[in-house]
Design a protein around this ligand. Structure first.
Ligand code: GDP
Ligand code: MG
Length: 199
């Protein structure tokens, strides 16, 4: 996919605030500070369309972007940051679950994991939940530039085995070097083709 045009549509908390369109939609989820905003910015080639922050845990809104007037991208709030208040933490799960369970144009999800971390309970639970609902998802390992090639392969194998996923089914990514950008866009194209076929 060639990204020609990107518009920020809106931020939402509740379903009645979601944009009322049925463009194919891809949501991005991951732990706070994992590099989710940087990944989306890299995909759409905008420096700061999606706010990136070195202060994790502040985004608690669902942000909608429209690409080429045909594909909707959704930045979900990050989870699992220990320093946010209990109240903020307690709102994350219902907000995201409500979105994932109820969004009829949701095509798939990009699950983002820091290549240096082992997937935790949140990632496994989200992966299981997506599988039970037959929602396709890509696994993207970010910040690959922080490791050598050998370390990348080792970490990739460890993460895949934890998630019971094939090694070819995860994508190494770096917002710094743009490693993996084309692969993620190709996978999104594949999901869109599958969606169109499904009707
Ligand atoms: N080296 C490196 N740093 C990254 C990468 N992606 C994100 N970061 C840094 O990680 C921090 C959090 O990134 P951000 O995109 O705001 O994460 P989010 O909280 O998941 O949206 C920022 O300081 C980014 O510059 C990457 O691929 N490589
Ligand atoms: Mg962010």
């Amino acid at each position: 996919m060639k990204i020609q045009d990107v518009q920020f549509i809106k931020s939402a908390v509740k379903p009645d605030q979601y944009p009322d369109y049925d463009f194919a939609e891809i949501a991005f989820a991951g732990r706070s500070n994992v590099g989710k905003s940087s990944l989306i910015n890299t995909l759409i080639q905008r420096k700061d369309m999606v706010k990136t922050s070195s202060k994790p845990g502040c985004t608690q809104l669902i942000n909608f972007f429209l690409v080429n007037e045909t594909l909707s991208l959704v930045d979900l709030p990050g989870y699992g940051y220990a320093k946010v208040s209990k109240k903020i933490r307690a709102t994350w799960q219902p907000m995201v679950e409500t979105y994932l369970a109820g969004r009829s144009n949701l095509l798939g999800l990009v699950l983002i994991i820091d290549i240096r971390r082992d997937p935790g309970q949140e990632e496994s639970a989200l992966a299981d939940w997506l599988e039970s609902r037959k929602i396709p998802y890509l696994v993207v390992l970010t910040k690959a530039d922080k490791l050598s090639k050998t370390q990348q392969q080792k970490r990739c194998a460890a993460i895949c085995s934890r998630l019971h996923r094939d090694k070819n089914a995860v994508i190494l990514f770096s917002a710094k070097t743009r490693l993996g950008r084309e692969t993620v866009l190709d996978e999104i194209d594949n999901l869109m083709a599958w969606y169109d076929q499904k009707g």
